[in-house]
Design a protein around this ligand. Structure first.
Ligand code: NAD
Ligand code: 89Y
Length: 344
């Protein structure tokens, strides 16, 4: 089988992980890169030996010669670039958050559908192996029927030095990080029907909220709590671990700091270390996230080759983004918001 050819737009802080992921992936390789910042373009081009370099996405698409594009720019440019890819009939991966508004997000999904191109959102946290281990334990039936859960990400890690734009937006933690935790909640507990949220800004040096607590009602009657914070100073910094608690009719499951999974069932507790492997290019503590980047990219290749919709397709991601929108609305108005209200 010949490798799929990909192009990557946005050679910034996080794209380096994506480039490593593509270099290791089976069945695809990056043949062209684009960034409007010539220095970043050169740094990534030199590091990964990519000769075709563009400072304009229009020029990149005009030259073509690739099967898919991986958009690793920040949210403001996502809609324009995804629609450009759709116009050129190119299958597209777009980083999270998909868009600044639901209207933009829907337009992107619709543009790709109309052009018949595959569209995936790079929603990688559900691909982390500890989260996969939680899902497998639930699917094994060990804890019976799930009735309650918690997805928790609490940290005091300085994310602003690597991603300075996170300190300046009106929206911060729900849009940037909570979006992943909300997607994990959907992946584990099923789609949500309503959310009640509270937010708070603790760090005076940033513009948006850095603490959020969301209460979710899920389709099947499960209740979950999704809580995230970048204002939480713990004795041992857990970044970037997502912790989980799940209660079922026959037992419980706890994913605790240090990648420890405890499954308690029939009076016995099974303890497993579910720490992800540090790939050759990993830089701990990011190895957990980095492994999930490689896994979601491999999933994209497999889905594209098989003509299957990827798990975190744009269509699927509207449900995750709706949780983000509903959480902000709930926090602003102090009321429970149904997902139907924001999905329209
Ligand atoms: P960044 O600002 O470091 O990099 C973005 C790059 O895109 C910059 O170099 C910029 O010059 C370039 N760019 C922007 N618009 C462009 C355009 N129209 N044409 C060409 N180049 C353009 O940002 P980052 O921290 O790398 O984040 C990128 C995206 O990745 C964000 O959406 C962020 O939320 C996401 N992210 C995801 C994860 C994850 O785990 N999935 C982790 C971190 C960041
Ligand atoms: O941008 C965020 C993400 O998606 O994962 C962690 C992060 O880099 C900082 O919150």
């Amino acid at each position: 089988m010949t490798d799929l050819k990909g192009a990557l737009i946005g050679c910034g802080f996080f794209a380096v992980n994506q480039m490593h992921g593509w270099r290791d992936a089976e069945g695809a390789r990056i043949v062209a890169i684009c960034d409007r910042d010539p220095e970043r373009l050169k740094a990534v081009g030199d590091a990964f030996g990519i000769q075709r370099r563009y400072t304009s996405a229009e020029d990149l698409f005009a030259d073509g010669g690739f099967d898919f594009v991986d958009i690793a720019t920040t949210v403001g440019s996502h809609r324009g670039l995804v629609e450009m890819a759709a116009r050129h009939g190119v299958a597209t991966i777009c980083q999270k958050p998909i868009a600044p508004t639901m209207e933009d997000a829907k337009a992107m999904v619709s543009a790709c559908a109309k052009s018949g191109v595959a569209f995936m959102v790079h929603e990688n946290f559900r691909w982390q192996s500890p989260i996969r281990a939680v899902k497998a334990a639930i699917d094994s039936g060990a804890i019976g029927e799930v009735f309650w859960g918690r997805v928790s990400f609490r940290s005091g890690y300085d994310v602003f030095s690597g991603q300075p734009y996170l300190a300046t937006g009106k929206r911060f933690i729900i849009e940037d990080l909570g979006i992943h935790a909300l997607d994990v909640a959907r992946y584990i507990f099923g789609d949500a029907t309503a959310v009640t949220a509270r937010t708070r800004r603790v760090n005076p040096a940033i513009a948006g909220e850095d603490v959020a607590t969301m209460l979710l009602d899920h389709d099947g009657g499960i209740t979950s709590v999704v809580d995230c914070s970048y204002a939480t100073k713990l004795p041992i910094e857990p970044f970037p671990e997502t912790l989980m608690e799940v209660d079922g009719s026959k037992g419980t499951l706890r994913l605790t700091q240090g990648y420890h999974l405890a499954v308690h069932s029939k009076g016995a507790t099974k303890l497993t270390n579910v720490e992800p492997p540090a790939l050759s290019w990993a830089s701990p503590p990011w190895h957990n996230i980095q492994e999930s980047v490689a896994l979601i990219q491999q999933h994209w290749i497999e889905a594209l080759c098989a003509g299957r919709e990827p798990d975190t397709s744009g269509r699927d991601n509207l449900e995750t983004f709706a949780l983000v929108e509903a959480s902000y609305l709930s926090a602003a108005e102090g009321r429970t918001v149904s997902l139907a209200e924001v999905l329209g």
